[in-house]
Design a protein around this ligand. Sequence first.
Ligand code: GDP
Ligand code: MG
Length: 438
Amino acid sequence: ITQGLQGALTGIFRSGKLTEANIREGLKQVRQALLEADVEYNVATQFIEKVTAEAVGEKVLKSLRPDEQLIGIVHQQLIALMGPTDHSLHLRRDGINKIMMCGLQGAGKTTTCGKLARKLKAEGWKPLLVAADMQRPAAIEQLKTLGQQLDVPVYAEAPGGNPVAVCKNGLAHAKTAGANVVIFDTAGRLHVDDRLMFELEQIDSRVQPDQVYLVCDAMTGQDAVRSAKAFNDALELDGVILTKLDGDTRGGAAISVKQVTGVPIKFVGMGEQLDRLEPFHPDRMAGRILGMGDIVTLFERAQEEFDAEEMERQQQRMLKGRFTLEDFRNQMKQVRRLGSLGDIMKMIPGMGGLLDQFQNIDAEKDMGRIDAIISSMTLEERQNPDRIDRSRRTRIARGSGTDPADVNRLLKDFDNMSSMMQKMSGLGVKDRFRAVQD
Ligand code: GDP
Ligand code: MG
């Protein structure tokens, strides 16, 4: 969307002024972008109405271009819509805390039970997992396996039994086993149905969980709304955990689900592995939905793994708009250790769009070519790509075994990326970087 949305807005605001007419026109484009990001139809429409009112009243700031200003307003409003954040599980130190997980089949309940248990254990709690999905024997085995992996106890009974009884027996077991947080992994169905809701309501009323979390698959997009509403009506949810955000979904479900349930999104699932659970951050999600890249997450993950000083240096350069080809390559190399190239490119502003363009190209091979081209440049050229003229281009292409057109394309991509970064820094990204550094 980034390039599409940005491009469309640039056209609309060519006059350089925000007027009521071009704001309305521009927000139509934003609405389209939201729908493409899987935000539910009514949610997107209401949102745009609200932002239109807001933007029409806003004075034009001299320092920003109107299209950027409008994106800024939209960004802020999206953040407001998805907040406030509440990452707490509201656990008490005395007694036994009860957490019930619910959601459709395949949403990621069982996996998320494991992720939560891992997190709690790391924080010094004593979790117990209870297998209350009695319908599928495989589900019980899956939970047991997770428990073994994590060295967390699992309470389970033979398949086909009564889920309420299993939960009650599980609680009794928690007392004797000295557990202080019990997580109930419940059954799901492919679609919301009365029997499932009845079963969950029974557990809810007889076991009285302290927290009920809906586990919701972000990839289901528009459908997420319908199921979230049904679960919320039946169960009074306390929070949502949005899974599979490591996929290529834009994450519009975050907005819809928050709107429909009114409860906070607590965590997001960023992969199948048990350590892939992260607190939910509305600002990042807003950026992702607008296609601005999730660069803060990238830096956070990066900072855990790289040389902090080097990262700081690169961040400063990015903010000053003095990001060189050398930095670009260093960063590509470093971040490659963190995940697949596709993941990484999605997190770098401007690169998501490039990825779409290059869909048919082998990304790893492409990376090798980028590497070769930059290696064939002199240090001076890496720092000042604008000095690369035709004859230098030919020399670099020959040196790297590529075409001058490849060199050209790399320079163009780099240029796009740099200007995108400068734009980002105009949108309050500096503050976000600071927040990360603090
Ligand atoms: P349940 O039916 O709701 O209990 O769902 P499961 O926990 O069994 O998960 C269904 C599938 O989704 C499994 O293959 C999980 O590995 C996968 N899964 C769960 N969470 C995530 C996530 O955050 N990212 C990805 N990529 N896969 C996930
Ligand atoms: Mg399950």
